[in-house]
Design a protein around this ligand. Sequence first.
Ligand code: HEC
Ligand code: HEC
Length: 301
Amino acid sequence: MPQWLRWILSFAAIMLVALVAGIFLVSSWRINRDYAITIDPIRVPESQEAIDRGRYLADAVNKCTECHGKQLGGEIFIDDPALGRLVASNLTAGEGGVARRYTRDDWVRSIRHGVGPDGKPLLFMPAQEYNSLSDADLGALLAYVKSLPPVDSDLPDSRVGPLGRLLLLAGRLPLLPAELIDHDAKPLQAPPRGATADYGDYLVRTGGCTGCHGDHLSGGPIPGAPPDAPPAGNITPDEDSGIGSWSQDDFIQAMRTGKRPDGSSIDPFMPWKANGRMTDEDLSAIYLALREVEPREAGGR
Ligand code: HEC
Ligand code: HEC
């Protein structure tokens, strides 16, 4: 091998090692960063009404069950050597469950801020959506979680693989929701419940629609979704690529049956089954809120 080639190869090797070390160091710094958060205490009601409300939120609106499992006993939902392992924790008081060790403030810190009791950010837990939950709704969720039968589960810890780190740094994987949250902001007041655009807007923000359909709701590729997942649809009232021509009944039907007004099926990556468990009133509110967003062409997120 000529000397010059040897030089170039060694240089390239050194650059590669430096790059890999850089990715590892910067991502580790972000993953292990400490967040000191002042928790605004909330009241956790004990009434059956609050527990029922919490179950409804966990199942249909905020969809905790989609990741943490039907009984909230925890689930491994990604396990890939390159990407990493994401384990939604067991939330019950069973063996290995967080309800055994959590204080009330720990719950608020995790759900509203995406930060664990140790001050480190939780991975992939969509707290940026739950940050806007009203005190009453967060209280109801906790009332429900506390009422759950204990589930024993011995789940491994989450960890981030090399590809996960790279995607995190490239801004392509929403791995650290804590970074997206203004931790000093005062909790929002939810508008009164009812079939109004205002309340629908609250459901759109806390119910995860923006997480997949984008802040402007016009859809596009979903950050962190598996490669075979379709891009999110355009749910702005744009007449051509959006849902501008859908009536309120069309929308409710689509959420209940997974079928668009033209009869085509909506991919199950869109959690229409969970959304379809929402009441008519809540779905109407979401429809009214979606009518009021600015119409956009598809894919502008
Ligand atoms: C998109 C998937 C997803 C959804 C939806 C979700 N979580 Fe999580 N959650 C996670 C993951 C993943 C973790 C573990 C994070 C980690 O290990 O760093 C987690 C962790 C938590 C923790 C911290 C537990 C611990 O180990 O300290 C709590 C509390 C929690 N979630 C509650 C909820 C509640 C309540 C809801 C619904 C309002 C919810 N989660 C919805 C994915 C999700
Ligand atoms: C986990 C990601 C995800 C979440 C959360 C989500 N969606 Fe979707 N949604 C999708 C995807 C992906 C599609 C496109 C499915 C397809 O192409 O078949 C879609 C399609 C739709 C459609 C059909 C639009 C069309 O014609 O293609 C509607 C309506 C819709 N979503 C409404 C909502 C509402 C309302 C919410 C919040 C309550 C929501 N979605 C939350 C991923 C999501």
